[in-house]
Design a protein around this ligand. Structure first.
Ligand SMILES: [Fe+2]
Length: 201
């Protein structure tokens, strides 16, 4: 069965003023949609047809003959995680942090401020297009950046949160100020309840 574009789980203007309706219309309806439909057309008639997106990403990572499929499938998966990671009224400023997540962040990074600083530095330090991730790896929280569509599935890590730092995610609203976008993402957009619900216990 072909993959489908999941609907945006909030109104296009739901994240304003932090992410505009125009950005979301392009990013979800054009970019994400293209990753989904191109994945479908590339896997049709191959041994990957009928496999899960996760399996396709793992099977094609670092396979030089299937780079095109990896790029599209990984980006389809990344955006499937990205939209439900945000919500209107979200962010640390809007909703605080669920207790178990706050404890894990404090235990690992020393506190919210240190976590935020490290996440922003990772996201702004990622050269070119890519993602910044908060993952569970071997039972530990970790932050790292990846280029292009590479994601935690490639390293058998469990993704809790991914921040899209491709220019299509922020350029209309923030121009070249990627750091301001990432701060707004953490402070005003992330659905921290959703992030906490992904934690393996
Ligand atoms: Fe994107």
């Amino acid at each position: 069965m072909a993959f489908e574009l999941p609907p945006l789980p909030f109104a296009y203007d739901g994240l304003q003023p932090y992410m505009s309706a125009e950005t979301l219309e392009f990013h979800h309806d054009k970019h994400h949609n293209a990753y989904v439909t191109t994945t479908n057309s590339l896997i049709e008639g191959t041994d990957l047809a009928g496999k899960s997106l996760e399996d396709i990403v793992r099977a094609t990572y670092n396979d030089g003959n299937r780079t095109k499929i990896f790029n599209q499938a990984s980006q389809a998966w990344n955006h499937n995680l990205f939209w439900p990671s945000m919500k209107p009224g979200g962010g640390k400023d809007g909703m605080g942090l669920p207790g178990e997540l706050e404890k894990a962040i404090t235990d690992t990074f020393g506190g919210w401020d240190q976590f935020r600083e490290q996440f922003v530095a990772t996201a702004t330090g990622q050269f070119g297009s890519g993602w910044a991730w908060l993952v569970q790896s071997g039972g530990q929280l970790k932050i790292y950046g990846t280029p292009n569509g590479v994601n935690p599935l490639c390293f058998n890590d469990h993704a809790l949160l991914g921040c899209d730092v491709w220019e299509h995610s922020y350029y209309l609203d923030y121009r070249n100020r990627r750091g301001d976008y990432v701060k707004a993402f953490l402070d005003n957009m992330v659905d921290w309840e959703a992030v906490a619900s992904r934690m393996a216990r």
